[in-house]
Design a protein around this ligand. Structure first.
Ligand code: NCD
Length: 304
């Protein structure tokens, strides 16, 4: 593997901390004009997205531009992928234009890891199937640390479609490396039992109230219908059992943070009241996405 950023699982605590610290330098302060840093002038970043994205793609593009780099974004539907070109050929074609990094999102778990073995260009994983979404976990950690002094000892409830969530996996790896206690919660059909035994500090429950009790952070997940081949629950029964309402938040620690990687489905994963409440840091997560991706791009491009 040549540089890049593929997953949180293989990252050291020191490397994660360095990115979180550097992201703080790049955070904008409300009301101040946007500051551009010129540290990556002359570099080029290609964003290659084979799956839909609003937040991740836009923030990688903004991050690259704020650092003075050029950024080009390509989506699979408008590219030669729809003409039958293979993934390796597409990546080699883009590589021949000599970008300094390729940011990619793909529906197949492991796709960026596979390609990074064959391509000289560093690859940044912007989400691979149900596997990892490392920059999401980094921006989530940055957001928590904007409100809490440390991750150590925090109780974080991650609730929803755990089975199909790369966000849950990356967060679980990151939070447990930093000594947080993670409770994964979802319907039995969407909560793989093995996750509880694989990572220290991670426990499982099907009971949403039990997951939230005493939580410092409540992280809700979207139901990833696009990855489900059978209906894992009766559609009308999801919200009553696993949707977050305002009364649930009283079970958590006072001032607990409510998070969601987005896109949110109001009335399915959480009520509008919670999404728009003072406890919700969902838009702070989006804002931090830019600062964290600036820190990631700077690290990856400087190492290349
Ligand atoms: C997440 C993803 O793509 O994995 N979205 C994001 O990047 N903010 C979560 C999701 O799509 O549900």
């Amino acid at each position: 593997m040549r540089g890049g950023l593929l997953g949180i699982e293989e990252m050291s605590r020191e490397n994660i901390q360095a990115i979180l610290d550097r992201a703080r330098d790049f955070q904008q302060h409300a009301g101040e004009p946007v500051k551009n840093f010129d540290i990556l002038r002359g570099k080029m970043v290609v964003n290659l997205f084979f799956e839909s994205s609003t937040r991740t793609r836009t923030s990688f593009e903004i991050a690259a531009k704020r650092l003075g780099a050029d950024a080009v974004s390509i989506t699979a539907s408008g590219s030669s992928v729809s003409k039958g070109e293979s993934l390796v050929d597409t990546l080699n074609t883009l590589g021949a234009m000599r970008p300094n990094a390729i940011v990619m999102r793909h529906a197949a778990s492991g796709a960026p890891h596979f390609l990074s073995r064959y391509l000289p260009t560093p690859i940044i994983n912007a989400g691979d199937g149900t596997h990892e979404h490392p920059t999401q976990a980094l921006l989530d950690a940055r957001t928590i640390l904007d409100h809490r002094p440390t991750l150590e000892g925090l109780r974080v409830a991650i609730i929803g479609d755990i089975a199909h969530s790369r966000v849950a996996r990356s967060n679980m790896y990151l939070l447990s490396k930093f000594g947080a206690r993670v409770v994964l919660c979802g319907p039995p059909t969407l909560l793989p039992r093995e996750l509880g035994s694989l990572t220290p500090g991670v426990t499982l429950t099907y009971d949403m109230r039990e997951a939230i009790a005493g939580a410092d952070v409540i992280m809700m997940l979207r139901v990833q219908l696009e990855r489900q081949h059978e209906t894992p629950f009766p559609p009308n029964e999801y919200f009553p059992f696993y949707g977050l309402r305002l009364d649930h938040t009283t079970l958590a620690k006072p001032g607990a943070l409510v998070m969601h990687p987005g896109p949110i489905n109001r009335g399915r994963e959480l009520s509008s009241e919670v999404a728009d409440s003072r406890q919700s840091v969902i838009l702070n997560q989006v804002e931090n996405g830019v600062a964290v991706r600036m820190a990631v791009l700077e690290k990856v491009l400087n190492e290349a």
